[in-house]
Design a binder for this molecule. Structure first.
Ligand SMILES: [Zn+2]
Ligand SMILES: [Zn+2]
Length: 142
């Protein structure tokens, strides 16, 4: 196991990624906006009741790695949804595997994730469900 990384460690790594996603602030240029956002999320998560993870994927999301990366992403977005500019609640995985079909777990890069509000996030996953259904109905050919 590697040593636990801090939110700022994750933020620095994300800011090094090229190209920098459009939702991402440079922490050094937007320190106040980032810190205001971070404080808000930290307050919220500590007051939230941690529910029992039901699936293996939920367990992954409950681990310190994802929880810390999630906070770094939300902080660097200034707490804004990358789609509509509303307050972001979640960090969405754009993909789960790299181009070699290897899992991105524990090594997500800036381009693999996005800060989104509940509403936009729900829409994403609804669209995913529709695509799955279409693939099923067309016998996997799409
Ligand atoms: Zn949104
Ligand atoms: Zn998602």
């Amino acid at each position: 196991m590697t040593e636990a990384k801090s939110i700022m460690d994750y933020a620095s790594e994300l800011m090094d990624d090229e190209p920098r996603p459009s939702w991402m602030y440079d922490y050094h240029e937007h320190t106040t906006a980032c810190e205001v956002a971070l404080t808000r999320y930290q307050k919220r998560s500590s007051s939230k009741i941690v529910r029992e993870p039901k699936t293996e994927y939920e367990r992954y999301l409950s681990e310190p790695h994802w929880q810390t990366l999630r906070l770094a992403v939300l902080m660097l977005s200034g707490g804004k949804c990358c789609r509509c500019g509303d307050v972001a609640d979640d960090v969405h995985h754009l993909r789960y595997q790299d181009e070699h079909k290897r899992s991105l777990r524990y090594r997500e890069r800036a381009a693999d994730v996005e800060p989104v509000c509940r509403e936009c996030h729900r829409r994403d996953h609804d669209a995913e469900q529709v695509m799955k259904l279409v693939r099923k109905m067309t016998g996997g050919v799409s």
